[in-house]
Design a protein around this ligand. Structure first.
Ligand SMILES: N[C@@H](CCC(=O)N[C@@H](CS)C(=O)NCC(=O)O)C(=O)O
Length: 225
């Protein structure tokens, strides 16, 4: 059977919940692949999603902002991440890092792209670096790319092609129902499609995809016969 199963997850590094979803899906990518489910991580600009849908970031509501501390505590344990700290400059415009990721995605191997994505969250949410500043963005990616490559990436963040690509990705997410991040559009092997908001609905996702043990959260790799 040719499977068309796919998880397309729209993410912005400004969003800590996007970091959780990225960490979890990336960890289980190989197991999902063994079930015929491909995962695609798509950079978007969450600020524009909020404008397009009239939504507000959760930290604008004091009760939600307070609750996020509980999520940080649980996520530390569950996703195996350090306790994320609200950056001292926040929110920051993540347009340039997100455009840079689109360039990286189309010019480098997938593993490099995924590591570049991960490092943005590490810089912003673990090391309190303002990655909207070119110097901090360069520093974030300096271990991953040669100087000439980094120059091209930084230049791409100002080019029309990548400006348009980020707008298109963001519009596509909104067209697919996004009002926040992470946003996932999931297609199962029957070709049916549905959507999930957040980093806390993977159990629904596995059920829809027909993988996992039905009650468990994590799909184990499919046995190869
Ligand atoms: N319950 C979700 C919350 C995700 C979330 O709050 N994401 C933020 C961005 S960091 C957002 O876009 N929120 C929009 C909303 O809550 O309407 C989870 O645990 O992942």
């Amino acid at each position: 059977m040719t499977s068309t199963a796919r998880i397309t997850t729209y993410l912005d590094c400004v969003s800590p919940y996007s970091y959780y979803a990225f960490t979890f899906l990336n960890k289980h990518r190989a197991a999902l692949d063994s079930h015929g489910v491909k995962v695609d991580f798509v950079p978007i600009f969450l600020g524009a999603v909020n404008v397009a849908t009239g939504n507000q970031p959760p930290w604008k509501l004091p009760a939600k902002a307070a609750y996020s501390a509980i999520d940080v505590h649980n996520a530390k344990r569950y996703f195996g991440l350090p306790a994320l700290k609200r950056p001292s400059v926040f929110p920051i415009p993540t347009i340039k890092p997100q455009r840079g990721l689109i360039y990286i995605k189309s010019h480098f191997p997938e593993e490099t792209y995924l590591e570049a994505f991960r490092l943005l969250w590490v810089s912003l949410w673990e090391q309190d670096k303002d990655i909207s500043q070119e110097s901090q963005l360069r520093e974030t990616w300096s271990g991953l790319f040669k100087e000439g490559e980094l120059k091209n990436i930084i230049e791409a963040t100002e080019e029309e092609e990548y400006k348009n690509a980020l707008t298109e990705n963001t519009n596509e997410a909104v067209k697919n129902g996004a009002f926040g991040a992470p946003w996932s559009v999931v297609r199962n092997a029957k070709g049916e499609e549905t959507r999930y908001f957040g980093s806390d609905r993977f159990h629904f996702m596995w059920e829809f995809l027909g993988i996992g043990d039905g009650a468990g959260f994590v799909p184990s790799p499919k046995a190869v016969l």
